[in-house]
Design a protein around this ligand. Structure first.
Ligand code: NAD
Length: 274
């Protein structure tokens, strides 16, 4: 496996998406700007935001302050559920682009599988053809949601961004995505910061002189899952990207695989009310 900080995976639309990026959920505009600037200067080439996070202005500012060229950075944002329900995909993307200060995003996702998703997807297909979103995908889609979408879609989602970490590996969903040619991106890869409650990661890390966080990020990458650990702390931003100078053994991978327990830190996509 040849992984590097800007290493990419080829999507079903022919575009190359960095496997590793920075998440910015719960960061203010100001914190997101500082975090994105620091991450890009540290070598990150991918940032994950969303209309819901209300920090797209900060993400755009951080990108510009970093001095890294726009075309060298992958920016993902997501259409919020209200805009999906009300059929406002185009206006939703225009709002995102305005806040980001960008002419296009690299990936535009439907944030959750809510009513109106099929019509919104048709709009996303048009927005992709116009180049406003270079790739399009979904988030939190379960197998049934994907099947329904694929029946109506002209363009298959390039990515499904789902909750994914050792306690929630969703093997059947991941296998289905892969069979459909949809890349899997995992959110909350650090178990929303609670990975320290599980001693296995730090124990495995000892032999490699790596932290539990680094072990978790490396495990995701070796499982071929696009990963977007969040931090606004400069030292952690650096720590989280120092995962390309070691590899987990097959046994270590299996030890982490065995922690799967169908445990969610986030809402269940089959049963949520927002
Ligand atoms: P995460 O699993 O990335 O954990 C982040 C938290 O872990 C931080 O707030 C911090 O407290 C801690 N942390 C980070 N680095 C650390 C380190 N090196 N050592 C110790 N602690 C550390 O959680 P997340 O933010 O929920 O998920 C990552 C990203 O995924 C989000 O920021 C967002 O971009 C995306 N996301 C998407 C959805 C969706 O519905 N599509 C939902 C949740 C998150």
């Amino acid at each position: 496996m040849n992984l590097s900080i800007a290493g990419t995976t080829r999507l079903n639309d022919g575009r190359d998406m960095p496997m590793f990026g920075l998440g910015v959920w719960k960061a203010s505009d100001e914190d997101a700007a500082d975090a994105v600037e620091h991450a890009l200067r540290s070598g990150y080439r991918h940032v994950d935001t969303a209309a819901l996070y209300r920090n797209e202005r900060g993400v755009g500012e951080g990108l510009r302050r970093s001095g890294v060229a726009r075309e060298d950075v992958w920016i993902t944002t997501k259409l919020w559920n209200d805009d999906i329900r009300s059929g406002e995909a185009r206006a939703g993307l225009e709002k995102c682009l305005g806040k980001l200060g960008l002419e296009y995003v690299d990936l535009f996702l439907l944030h959750w599988p809510v009513t109106g998703g099929l019509a919104a997807w048709k709009e996303l297909e048009k927005l992709r053809n116009e180049g406003l979103a270079r790739s399009i995908g979904v988030s939190n889609y379960q197998v049934g949601h994907l099947e329904e979408l694929m029946e109506h879609a002209a363009v298959a989602p390039a990515v499904n961004q789902i909750e994914w970490h050792p306690y929630l590996q969703q093997d059947a969903l991941v296998a289905r995505c892969r069979a459909l040619g949809i890349a899997v991106e995992g959110w909350s890869p650090l178990m929303q910061g609670r990975f320290g409650e599980e001693p296995t990661f730090a124990e495995i890390g000892k032999a490699h002189r790596k932290t539990g966080a680094q072990v978790l990020i490396r495990w995701a990458l070796q499982r071929d899952v696009i990963t977007i650990p969040k931090s606004v702390t400069p030292s952690r931003i650096e720590e989280n990207c120092t995962v390309f100078d070691f590899a987990l053994s097959e046994d270590e991978m299996k030890t982490i695989d065995a922690l799967d327990r169908d445990y969610r830190f986030g809402p269940d996509p089959n049963n949520f009310d927002f």
